[in-house]
Design a protein around this ligand. Sequence first.
Ligand code: SF4
Length: 104
Amino acid sequence: MTGPAGEGPRPPGPDGPYGAEGRPPDTGAGEDMWRVRVDEKACMATGICAGTAPGRFRVHDGASHPTSEIIPPAPEVIDAAESCPMEAILVTHRGTGARIAPEE
Ligand code: SF4
């Protein structure tokens, strides 16, 4: 009685080292970052954004400024963009440029 022929090491899969997605796992440090901008001409310096998203915006010189232009996804920044009465805050996807907030 003989068993099946021995199997050698499995060859690399057809999809490469990262499987069917073809890219490394998302670490949150690259393309999925967001870009936050404030239109200083539209901003009325109400401070609503700084109150809605503490630490994300700072009001000085008559306008709000993001403390960091490139940030990891942060729901409070969406809330700030949606709350701005002047729609002066724009949040986009850093990698694609797609608009995240405010909703059009
Ligand atoms: S909520 Fe809008 S108008 Fe008010 S400070 Fe922030 S960006 Fe300016």
